[in-house]
Design a protein around this ligand. Structure first.
Ligand SMILES: Cc1cc2nc3c(=O)[nH]c(=O)nc-3n(C[C@H](O)[C@H](O)[C@H](O)COP(=O)(O)OP(=O)(O)OC[C@H]3O[C@@H](n4cnc5c(N)ncnc54)[C@H](O)[C@@H]3O)c2cc1C
Length: 247
């Protein structure tokens, strides 16, 4: 396949000033839930491409990416302005190892994300695999403000479909919260608040944790999990924590 193919925007969802989802049609190669593609635009005669996780399940169309507008960034503000019918470029070969095929057997699956890092986990949760493989599935989503808790309807549907198996734990870190955890993910691992909220032990004997988001969260969450006897998972050296860094 060629390096870039055309993508056409089918729908643009503007969750707020800085959070956008683009649904689009494009001839992508088959992908696994949790993988990312590269999206690109031509700016001043130069093609600028950046990786974006797919939010849709592999068999779901249209394709979808979810991103925040980094004001000073060269690509995300421009992608955010695209409307239905407008085009951009995608590199059609998906990549990435934040997939269930890459992780070892475990009783429970913990998916912990900051911001738009929730995207690949939604793709995973839309497939049958997590529900047949794990006893319990926890999705933790940490954002600054209530208004950044996107995809609530999708998450509610998952809760309705898997009431005994699924726990959703929202975190609000920069405004007063109501029913959510009001702390960062690493702190909630340290003091047991995440386990209490999920109603489940987070232990190396039973858990595999997937982390996605900013490097500060990944580093600190890994350090907190290591204190519980967990270690980073690598292909050659199986562990309990898989991660993907957005920035
Ligand atoms: C494997 C992978 C998958 C990714 N998937 C997504 C995704 O699904 N959704 C998404 O929003 N981003 C995602 N990103 C980040 C994305 O590729 C871009 O970097 C981001 O959209 C900003 O692009 P830009 O060209 O406007 O600015 P850039 O030149 O890429 O970045 C400018 C500055 O913004 C910071 N930054 C980058 N991403 C973010 C972010 N998400 N939030 C806040 N600051 C950021 C960078 O550290 C840098 O300092 C992913 C990155 C990687 C490595």
């Amino acid at each position: 396949m060629s390096e870039w193919v055309e993508a056409s925007v089918v729908e643009r969802i503007r969750w707020n000033d800085a959070l956008i989802s683009l649904r689009f049609e494009a001839e992508l190669e088959p992908f696994e839930a949790g993988q990312f593609i590269r999206a690109g635009l031509d700016v001043d005669g130069e093609r600028i491409g950046r990786p974006y996780s797919l939010v849709n399940a592999p068999d779901e169309r249209p394709h979808e990416i979810y991103f925040n507008v980094v004001r000073e960034g060269p690509l995300s503000p421009r992608l955010a302005q695209l409307r239905s019918g407008e085009g951009f470029w995608v590199a059609p070969t998906p990549n990435g190892f934040l997939t269930l095929d890459e992780i070892p057997a475990a009783r429970d699956l913990w998916l912990l994300a900051t911001g738009t890092g929730v995207g690949p986990f939604l793709s995973i949760l839309k497939t049958a695999a997590p529900w047949s493989r794990f006893e319990k599935v926890v999705l933790g989503h940490s954002v600054h403000t209530q208004g950044e808790l996107s995809y609530q309807e999708t998450i509610r549907e998952m809760q309705q479909r898997h009431p005994a198996q699924f726990r959703f734990v929202p975190f609000i870190t920069r405004e007063p919260c109501d029913g959510q955890l009001c702390q960062r993910i690493p702190a909630s691992i340290e003091d047991g608040a995440l386990e209490r909220k999920a109603g489940l032990d987070l232990a190396p004997e039973t858990a595999h944790v997937m982390l996605c988001g900013n490097s500060g969260m990944l580093q600190d969450a890994l350090a907190s999990l290591e204190k519980r006897g967990m270690k980073r998972h690598r292909r050659r050296e199986p562990g309990h924590v898989s991660m993907e860094k957005y920035h």
